[in-house]
Design a protein around this ligand. Structure first.
Ligand code: GUN
Length: 303
């Protein structure tokens, strides 16, 4: 068997077109175009590429964007001040601090990632990293959904893959993907309806015993560990759906967390790397930026 490939590029394009259409309607109703402000600290090459892609995607969707570049020597006070001024700026609807923050030169005060993310106004937190937005999600009344897990839900839904009643194994418990992914799948009602929620979820991680055995019980296996090709073909139940969130650079190649050539012989559907989950993250960021603008327009109208 050779698995069906879940084409993230195509699905992301569909979502981006929908967002662009909704942005047009929002602007036609007399609102300013939504605006995203990104902060990039330091010169990490991968982050530069991500940020450039985000800017380009905004432009194509009719969303305004601004990029604040700050040097790797930026102090915590300077970064917090920058975030605060964006929090106060009514023309900015969404704020994104690109991660990872740079390593600190010896002797400089460390940039505490948590403190930085906590400083973003929860109403502008389009990454959904703030404890307020994580808490709302946990309680089943989300405001912003984190972009990568939401992109995966959209991809499954738009590929007619239901999760209700299925056993989903999520490998990896990161704050950005694994944890919120597990939470979203376990909800009664998801952003795409109950069929793409209501899963029985196992959240596996680096200390999980019998990982291979547990993975083999998955109807849907989501790999988000950041370890190249760690999920082998013999860890996949024949006919399972495999979602690979990993983007690892090995020599000059990009590989996922799943050994693709082995996995596609066993799975019924699988996301490639690149061109799988990656493009959906940006699409959902655009979605969140428009949502932020809508929420703020409503707030302004009431207040
Ligand atoms: N770095 C890697 N993924 C992300 C993301 O989704 N948001 C931000 N801000 N930084 C990232």
């Amino acid at each position: 068997m050779s698995a069906m490939r879940l084409d993230g590029k195509q699905i992301a394009l569909e979502i981006r077109n929908e967002v662009a259409r909704d942005v047009q309607q929002f602007v036609a109703a007399g609102n300013a175009p939504p605006k995203l402000a990104a902060i990039l600290v330091g010169e990490d090459p991968a982050s530069q590429v991500y940020v450039r892609n985000k800017e380009r995607a905004c432009q194509r969707a009719g969303i305004a964007s601004q990029l604040d570049r700050m040097p790797a020597t930026t102090t915590p006070a300077e970064l917090l001040e920058r975030i605060d001024s964006l929090n106060q700026d009514a023309s900015v609807n969404g704020i994104l601090v690109q991660l990872p923050l740079p390593e600190t030169p010896v002797g400089e005060p460390a940039l505490d990632e948590r403190a930085v993310l906590d400083a973003v106004d929860p109403m502008k937190d389009v990454d959904a990293f703030s404890p307020i937005n994580v808490g709302l999600l946990m309680q089943g009344r989300p405001r912003f959904l984190p972009c990568t897990p939401h992109g995966i839900i959209q991809m499954l839904h738009r590929s007619q893959i239901e999760t209700a009643g299925k056993h989903v194994v999520v490998v990896g418990r990161s704050e950005i993907v694994g944890k919120p992914m597990a939470m979203m799948l376990a909800q009664k009602n998801g952003s795409c309806g109950p069929e793409t929620a209501n899963a029985t979820v196992t959240l596996a991680h680096s200390r999980t015993q019998n990982l291979a055995e547990i993975c083999r019980t998955a109807d849907i296996l989501i790999a988000a560990v950041g370890r190249p090709e760690m999920i082998r073909g013999n860890m996949i139940r024949p006919g399972a759906v495999v979602v690979d969130v990993g983007i690892n650079r090995v020599d000059d190649r990009l590989v996922g967390d799943v050994a693709f050539a082995e996995a596609e012989q066993v799975a019924s559907a699988i996301t490639p790397v690149p061109g799988g989950v990656g493009p959906l993250t940006i699409a959902m960021l655009l979605h969140n930026t428009l949502l932020a603008a809508k929420l703020q327009a409503r707030e302004g109208a009431v207040g």
